[in-house]
Design a protein around this ligand. Structure first.
Ligand code: AHG
Ligand code: MN
Ligand code: MN
Length: 331
């Protein structure tokens, strides 16, 4: 096994980088890894199993829940509850946060928020989907049940964040605030192996990602940028290529490796955009910033926003630093 470093080995090795290191965060990360392996297994056989297709339920945001969304949500909740390092969770699929009531979990120092399956409308058509997670230290007293103040923390206060992409191969990418590292799942040994050490998002790029079908609903600033990307200018590699997968994780993973900008702006029908601050924008912005990129709402750095509610949405411009700055120059 010379040369192969597994994610579990890496987490333990890096434990001392973390100022509160006592092993709890490492165990918490490992719980998330186990849940993501189980979700990966189900995602891979989605085409075979009855699990494929929509349930009749809608989540709090009125979107049809896919069966795999519910399955993934349950897997993460159960891994985190049994692990005992988190005192509670909040997820895109649950109306309210879940405070774990068992004694061990009440002693947990952390809370976890997650989007169990991102891009889930892509499941039926076999396009990459993902999981996004984010970890905070609790604000409430240890020994008590988790409370809402634990969840409404600024993105800047995250202690760790990561995503899993279920693509042509499955990868887990995460940060604890000391750089970003990526691990590819080797299905033959069932382990994530370090494949992308010290990931850095290129400062520039030549692709932009936005649901341009909604262009008439966008602001003059976004429309001016959308004109800019189509102009001919060899020195800035324009016109840019448009790439929009419809899974934020997959679009941002590409931008992370190749450079690019992803925009989900405010529109006349959705004044706060679509994406959720807690489950999507904060973790992805933390990872991007750690890799040298940027996540911005158009008004402020995503990580500086004080959340006021669990399912709050926010417009986002995220990816290569210079490309995000260029978009912002039109505001
Ligand atoms: P989710 O599946 O968790 O609801 O997230 C889907 C999100 C995001 O992944 C994607 O970039 C965006 O929705 C696509 O939205 P549009 O179809 O409105 O472009
Ligand atoms: Mn999502
Ligand atoms: Mn989702």
């Amino acid at each position: 096994m010379q040369g192969v470093k597994t994610l579990s080995e890496f987490i333990i090795e890096r434990q001392d980088d973390f100022k509160y290191a006592t092993g709890e965060l490492s165990r918490l990360l490992n719980d998330i890894v186990i849940a993501s392996k189980i979700v990966n297994r189900e995602v891979n056989k989605a085409g075979l199993a009855e699990i494929l297709g929509a349930t009749e339920q809608e989540n709090i945001q009125g979107e049809t829940q896919q069966k795999l969304d519910v399955f993934a949500d349950e897997q993460f909740i159960s891994a985190l509850k049994n692990g005992g390092e988190a005192c509670g969770i909040a997820s895109e699929e649950n109306d309210d946060f879940v405070a774990f009531t068992n004694e061990r979990s009440k002693q947990g120092k952390y809370i976890v928020v997650f989007d169990p399956l991102d891009g889930s409308s892509n499941i039926d058509v076999n396009v990459s989907i993902g999981t996004i997670f984010s970890i905070y230290r609790r604000k409430s007293e240890i020994g008590q049940e988790a409370s809402i103040e634990d969840f409404l923390q600024k993105g800047r206060d995250q202690v760790a964040a990561g995503y899993v992409i279920y693509g042509s191969s499955t990868m887990l990418v995460y940060t604890t605030g000391n750089g970003v590292n990526g691990f590819t799942l080797d299905p033959s040994i069932g382990e994530f192996c370090l494949s992308h050490p010290n990931m850095e998002c290129p400062k520039g790029g030549k692709t932009y990602s936005i649901n341009e079908g909604k262009r008439r609903e966008f602001s003059p600033a976004i429309n001016a940028y959308l004109d800019y990307v189509k102009e001919d200018d060899k020195s800035t590699k324009r016109p840019y290529a448009c790439r929009y997968i419809g899974s934020m994780v997959a679009d941002l993973h590409r931008n992370m490796l190749k450079g690019g900008v992803f925009i989900y702006p405010e529109s006349t029908s959705s004044p706060n955009g679509k994406l959720r601050l807690l489950y999507e924008c904060n973790p992805m912005s933390f990872i991007m910033e750690e890799a040298g990129g940027l996540g911005h709402s158009g008004k402020e750095n995503i990580l500086d926003i004080e959340p006021t509610s669990l399912h709050q949405r926010v417009p986002i411009v995220i990816g290569s630093k210079n490309m995000v700055d260029k978009v912002l120059s039109y505001y």
